[in-house]
Ligand binder design. Structure first.
Ligand code: ATP
Ligand code: MG
Length: 430
């Protein structure tokens, strides 16, 4: 059996490794070959005289990014990566790689994002890019472990739906036999129905589809949402859950992913401190108005410029709370004593929004009234509304964008860096 390259050390006697040829250097009497797997890089040193002619023969035919299996002995050597080198007894070329490569994996010349995404399978081989996805995997694991430990049930809801969650233009229609159907924008209505089903605490990690027309650095047309819904809870309870989840995820990544953080040149990885500040919407627009030249009035959305100005001022994760009822979805619960404000919140990173949530309306009559107030027809939502007539508990929840969480954690400039195969206005392949 082969060993992961990271685990090869001078104490190991005879080892076998498999991987890709990262670089080959012919120094006359010596042939250096760097072999890479997803755990690291190992120098294979081939003294041309001593090693068997078979090894020499195979090594001559090996191109960069060819796939090899190498057996040999390990020696300590200061100058090589990881302080060790492998002197091979046997080399097997498992598959040779054509030349020239569509993308340079060694990254001597940096390619633009489009070129990288066109040859994404090669791009992901770069240790820096591999690291992003190893961290993404650890992040998803941390989220699930945490939610299971808090008594959540994992659920999977349909992505092909008949009704839009919130109406609007951000919908992808699909051909579904003789019916009109859409790709789901959010599991919102279904996770609320799980509350009516008595599940009490559910989470889902799944795709959401948004027909965002414009290319931005923080929007995808297919994103991953981490969704949570909790019965007998209010907005404050689920905000506390959300901030402690964020801290847990940062902590796990710091603990488990030090090699990957180093590969990304991230030296400091501070864990956010909780509780995050709770900033009422009115105060937030006050900050934005003072910091930008734009006047933002009560009931206006907080756009990108305003979001940045507030983020700069606060300088850490924060919640915007007490939103105008008019600009939040119909399912957000208004305050009884001031119904123009609602129990909705956004979780913000200084750079952008990470999550939206709220205590939900659980009363049938109020929900129908709020759907009408948004200019939507309750008739289109019967499957969703019915459960509210037959014992719907009070509940609250949120949806957290996985790619935004990852990109803000790692300081990535573009959300496309946080997805294997991003979907945007212009990109449907690979
Ligand atoms: P924004 O205003 O930033 O476009 P939103 O308020 O429309 O986001 P929500 O409907 O509140 O988004 O969705 C919950 C979360 O899902 C967002 O906070 C974000 O993290 C993530 N999200 C939503 N739309 C996208 C998208 N197109 N691409 C990536 N992530 C998204
Ligand atoms: Mg939102």
């Amino acid at each position: 059996m082969h060993s992961p390259i990271k685990e090869v050390n001078p104490q190991s006697e005879s080892v076998e490794i498999v991987g890709w040829v990262h670089e080959i250097r012919d120094l006359g009497g010596l042939l250096f070959c760097l072999v890479r797997d997803r755990t690291g890089i190992l120098q294979v040193t081939i003294p041309k005289k001593k090693v068997s002619p078979i090894v020499q023969e195979v090594m001559k035919g090996v191109t960069r990014e060819s796939v090899v299996r190498i057996r040999g002995t390990v020696k300590a050597i200061e100058k090589a990566p990881g302080g060790r080198e492998l002197i091979p007894d046997n080399v097997e070329l498992l598959n040779s790689c054509e030349t020239p490569l569509p993308l340079d994996v060694v990254e001597k010349v940096s390619a633009d994002l489009d070129t990288r995404l066109d040859a994404r399978f090669l791009d992901i081989r770069k240790p820096r890019v591999t690291s992003i996805f190893l961290i993404r995997s650890a992040m998803m694991d941390a989220v699930q472990v945490y939610l299971f430990s808090r008594g959540f049930i994992h659920c999977t809801t349909p992505k092909i739906v008949a009704a839009a969650t919130e109406g609007g233009t951000e919908l992808f229609p699909i051909a579904y036999f003789e019916k009109e159907a859409f790709l789901n924008q959010s599991p919102q209505l279904y996770k609320q129905m799980m509350m009516a089903a008595g599940m009490e605490k559910v989470f889902e990690i799944g795709p959401i589809f948004r027909a965002e027309e414009h290319n931005t650095t923080k929007h995808l047309n297919e994103a991953t949402s981490i969704d949570v819904e909790v019965s007998f809870a209010d907005h404050r309870d689920v905000m506390a859950l959300l901030e402690s989840l964020i801290v847990h995820v940062y902590g796990q990544i710091r603990e488990q992913c030090s090699d990957q953080l180093a590969a990304l040149n991230i030296e400091e990885f501070p864990i956010p401190r909780i509780p995050f500040p709770r900033i009422p919407y009115e105060e937030a627009i006050g900050i934005a108005t003072a910091k930008t030249n734009e006047k933002i009035s009560f009931g206006d959305d907080i756009g990108t410029t305003a979001e940045k100005a507030i983020g700069d001022e606060i300088g850490e994760h924060y919640f915007i709370v007490d939103w105008p009822t008019a600009i939040k979805p119909y399912y957000a619960m208004p305050y009884e004593d001031q119904p123009h404000l609602c129990r909705a919140f956004d979780l913000m990173h200084p750079r952008m929004e990470l999550a939206s949530g709220a205590q939900r309306v659980h009363q049938y009559a109020l929900l129908v009234e709020q759907i009408r107030a948004k200019g939507l027809a309750p008739e289109g939502f019967e499957f969703y509304l019915n459960p509210f007539r037959y014992g719907m508990p009070p509940h609250a929840g949120w949806g957290l964008g996985a790619e935004r969480l990852l990109m803000t954690m790692l300081g990535l400039n573009n959300i496309r860096e946080a997805v294997l195969f991003p979907r945007d206005r212009h990109r449907l392949v690979p």
